[in-house]
Design a protein around this ligand. Structure first.
Ligand code: HEC
Length: 164
């Protein structure tokens, strides 16, 4: 009985190796990238590239083990979930309110250590943000928020007022 179950499991495991989710890769210019509309200093670009873009851009850098199922499904979930919430390559297509709000979320996440996802930093140790990198990201996000708010005349958000 156990032998039969093991064989069935093995067959399933082998079969799923042939099924792959579509990769998050899109070559060339990203016309809606955040840098098209707002200044993104090189320092910030570098941080986003190492720590965030695998799940928040149109291009994921895949490790070799993404070729193994069900790992690919699990990663695909993170990439899709992350992109849905915030995609730096689609940022200029957001309404000013949404863009402003996403940066506010970014500041909270970075402050609280919620991003990058812990399951990501277990493996990508270099993606862990230092205190200096956190400040760089937070200050940059705040400055982009300020320019969105003044450009589009947004009312001050409640949570923004609360922040010291
Ligand atoms: C391994 C993939 C992954 C990485 C790397 C990652 N994120 Fe995320 N991010 C997600 C997922 C999945 C979600 C949506 C679910 C959630 O909020 O946990 C998300 C949600 C978010 C949100 C929206 C949260 C909210 O409150 O609505 C922000 C902002 C964010 N991420 C910022 C970042 C920043 C900044 C970095 C880099 C410092 C980063 N993320 C790195 C996967 C990732």
């Amino acid at each position: 009985m156990i032998k039969k179950i093991l064989i069935v499991l093995l067959v399933i495991l082998v079969t799923i190796q042939f099924i792959h989710p579509k990769k998050n890769q899109s070559a060339g210019e990203q016309p809606n990238a955040i840098a098209k509309a707002y200044p993104v200093p090189q320092e910030v670009t570098d941080i986003l590239k190492v720590s965030c873009n695998d799940c928040h851009s149109n291009n994921t850098h895949y490790p070799w083990y993404n070729n193994i199922q069900p790992v690919a499904w699990w990663m695909n979930n993170h990439v899709n979930g992350g992109k849905k919430e915030l995609n730096f390559d689609e940022f200029t297509s957001y309404t000013p309110q949404r863009a402003h709000h996403k940066l506010d979320d970014l500041i909270d996440e970075v402050k609280e250590g919620g991003m990058p996802l812990p399951s990501y930093t277990w493996i990508h140790k270099n993606a862990i943000l230092s205190e200096a990198q956190k400040s760089t990201l937070i200050n940059w996000a705040q400055s982009v928020m300020d320019s969105i708010a003044s450009k589009y005349n947004l009312p001050e958000e409640e949570d923004q007022k609360e922040r010291p």
